[in-house]
Ligand binder design. Structure first.
Ligand SMILES: *[C@@H]1O[C@H](CO)[C@@H](O)[C@H](O)[C@H]1NC(C)=O
Ligand SMILES: *[C@@H]1O[C@H](CO)[C@@H](O)[C@H](O)[C@H]1NC(C)=O
Ligand SMILES: *[C@@H]1O[C@H](CO)[C@@H](O)[C@H](O)[C@H]1NC(C)=O
Ligand SMILES: *[C@@H]1O[C@H](CO)[C@@H](O)[C@H](O)[C@H]1NC(C)=O
Ligand SMILES: *[C@@H]1O[C@H](CO)[C@@H](O)[C@H](O)[C@H]1NC(C)=O
Ligand SMILES: *[C@@H]1O[C@H](CO)[C@@H](O)[C@H](O)[C@H]1NC(C)=O
Ligand SMILES: *[C@@H]1O[C@H](CO)[C@@H](O)[C@H](O)[C@H]1NC(C)=O
Length: 555
């Protein structure tokens, strides 16, 4: 069954600096969007009473966990019905960053300091509580002390409450009811879901990660950079984030989890569960980390001396090189692996462009504080202006002569009663926003003196017309109600059976004690590490894909 776990955020980052339709139209749209987003922030903490009321923590913006049901009309109905409000720091940090940027670079309304401080306070509750010293290592979900193990475990309250609910519900009664009203299909699907719920529950107790850590760092840098506009919010952030203060490797990349194998083997027995017991590299996490490091230095939150540390410098340079390579090679033809957590390619492009544009902006008004930053700026710039731009333009879809939109996959996987493919374009608003953001962010530079975004002189006409036509499309539809404001902002570690980590090639497959896991055709779980070490020959990899029937596609 094609079901995937995704987190949906109801927001758009719309930069409003382009002429047609008319500036006043766009400005009105932006004001309305601003109000909509403000209405989605919880202004007080609310206790859960599932499934009627979900817990909402003060300061958070709404984001929901949904399952990607798709197929026939029963499946699409389930897609609409099912959602669980989720309290995580990631959505809130991102939305806050977008609000500040939209105000600074896009003439959007100014968020109030209260609005930002409320979010900063919510985010700060996500600090790694298992470290006994002040730190800025962040976890996606709030952490609650587990009395048995005496460790803090990440706790998505609403998801857990929902799982509790499934345990206390008398399903016979529910199934009978559905069957009576002719929804036998739903009964079958629910039975299947309940049978697999352990798989989902498995991914809740995750360790802190570099993604949340970097996004928080990015937010702090942004506030510091705009301290004249948000003095109190900036002070609130800095007051809560104390600055934290090897061996050389061939390649060093930002990983998803803040954890090594020794940590995995220890924390496993303390109820902290790394999906698959192996760390991974996700290129969007990498893009966020580059942004966090770059802006922490450019804003003066940390000094450029951190880049004289050979370990950090290598991490910075190698991660950037890897991102360029992925853009230039179409993700090696494997976006399912490269974009492990964030399925949106355009969103990834935009995240990369955000780092590039900040470097350009600083380089134009003075020297970059470290040579490594110039290397990163030039490398990312050439990948973005070359393959990225080419790719975005090639994916555009025309509506009439003067509008362009972009689709990803949400709502485009259904069939009607005649088994004909239908397209609902449920992430069309979002994907179009992301495509425009990626192009604008790559091809414009913010002029600090005039406070405007300007196109570079060498911007191809095609880029400008694409942005113009896509802006027209977005301004026409964003508040029209015709399309869902949905997006698969990111997806869980466990996306359903069929893409489980144990189905992919691995050259290390062993118990924690080092003994090899027997190759007896069975799946082994538990105290097992299964992953890749080093670089294998292409032939070996292709052969393993065949042997394991490994998935090669994301959806
Ligand atoms: C709809 O799809 C689900 C999942 O594939 C299946 O269980 C169900 O029988 C289908 N219903 C109809 C009416 O085809
Ligand atoms: C879920 O149930 C367990 C055991 O009954 C209980 O300890 C826990 O507090 C419940 N969690 C939530 C979020 O309701
Ligand atoms: C669930 O409801 C059915 C029908 O009312 C009843 O026969 C059954 O005993 C109930 N099961 C539990 C575990 O309470
Ligand atoms: C990684 O960084 C190191 C140190 O900067 C450099 O020597 C090495 O060539 C880089 N590797 C790749 C693959 O870029
Ligand atoms: C990237 O751009 C280069 C130079 O234009 C081109 O040769 C290459 O095919 C492009 N790669 C992809 C994946 O489109
Ligand atoms: C990029 O890879 C995808 C497979 O993931 C393929 O469908 C697409 O055609 C490729 N695009 C280019 C330009 O090579
Ligand atoms: C390693 O662990 C596995 C699984 O717990 C066990 O079966 C095996 O005997 C252990 N090997 C050694 C050498 O301790």
């Amino acid at each position: 069954m094609a079901i995937k776990l995704f987190l949906f955020l109801g927001y758009f980052a719309l930069i409003s600096c382009f002429k047609p339709p008319s500036t006043s139209d766009i400005s009105e749209t932006v004001h309305k969007l601003f109000e909509t987003i403000r209405g989605m922030q919880a202004t007080k903490t609310m206790l859960p009473d599932p499934p009627l009321e979900w817990a909402k923590f003060k300061g958070n913006y709404e984001s929901d966990v949904k399952l990607y049901f798709h197929g026939n009309s029963t499946m699409s109905a389930l897609r609409y019905m099912f959602k669980v409000y989720d309290n995580n720091m990631f959505a809130t940090a991102w939305i806050t960053s977008c609000l500040v940027e939209a105000y600074r670079y896009g003439n959007a309304p100014k968020p109030t300091e209260d609005q930002i401080i409320m979010s900063v306070d919510a985010i700060m509750d996500h600090r790694n509580k298992n470290l006994k010293y002040a730190n800025s290592i962040m976890a996606f979900w709030p952490q609650i002390l587990d009395e048995e193990f005496k460790v803090y475990q990440s706790t998505p309250v609403n998801l857990l409450a929902m799982f509790n609910l499934t345990q206390t519900t008398n399903w016979t009664v529910v199934y009978d009811l559905f069957d009576k009203i002719g929804l036998h299909d739903v009964t079958e699907i629910m039975k299947h879901l309940l049978a697999t719920r352990e798989g989902y529950q498995h991914v809740f107790k995750i360790p802190p990660d570099f993604d949340d850590t970097s996004v928080n760092l990015g937010l702090g840098s942004l506030l510091r950079d705009n301290v004249i506009h948000f003095p109190y919010a900036s002070a609130a952030w800095e007051g809560q984030n104390k600055k934290a203060a090897s061996e050389k490797k061939d390649v060093s990349l930002v990983t998803t989890w803040v954890q090594d194998l020794v940590d995995v083997k220890t924390q496993y027995f303390q109820g902290i569960d790394t999906p698959g017991n192996v760390n991974n590299v996700d290129i969007t996490v990498c893009a966020n980390a580059l942004f966090g490091i770059t802006n922490a230095i450019l804003s003066g939150l940390v000094t450029s001396e951190v880049l004289y540390d050979p370990v950090l410098q290598q991490l910075y340079l190698n991660t950037s090189t890897m991102i360029e390579f992925q853009i230039q090679t179409n993700f090696s033809g494997r976006p399912d692996l490269a974009l492990t957590y964030y399925p949106s390619v355009f969103e990834f492009y935009w995240f990369v462009a955000r780092t590039y544009t900040q470097l350009e902006r600083k380089a134009r008004i003075g020297e970059l504080p470290h040579e490594a930053m110039r290397t990163v700026m030039e490398g990312l710039g050439s990948a973005l202006k070359g393959n990225m731009t080419q790719h975005v333009i090639s994916q555009s879809k025309m509506e009439g002569n003067d509008m362009i939109y972009y689709d990803d996959f949400l709502g485009d996987g259904d069939i009607d009663n005649n088994k004909k493919h239908v397209e609902f374009g449920e992430d069309r608003l979002w994907t179009t926003s992301m495509a425009i953001n990626a192009l604008i962010t790559t091809w414009t530079v913010y002029n600090d003196a005039t406070q405007k975004l300007n196109w570079y002189d060498d911007t191809p006409t095609e880029v400008k017309t694409t942005v113009q036509k896509a802006t027209t499309w977005l301004n026409t539809y964003i508040l029209s109600g015709k399309y869902q404001p949905w997006n698969a902002f990111f997806s869980g570690s466990f996306k359903g059976f069929g893409t489980s980590w144990s189905s992919y090639p691995a050259n290390r497959d062993e118990y924690f004690n080092g003994t090899k896991v027997p190759h007896d055709g069975k799946r082994h779980y538990g105290e097992i590490i299964r992953g890749m070490e080093g670089v294998m020959e292409e032939d070996w990899y292709q052969q393993q894909i065949k042997l394991d029937h490994a998935p090669v596609d994301f959806h």
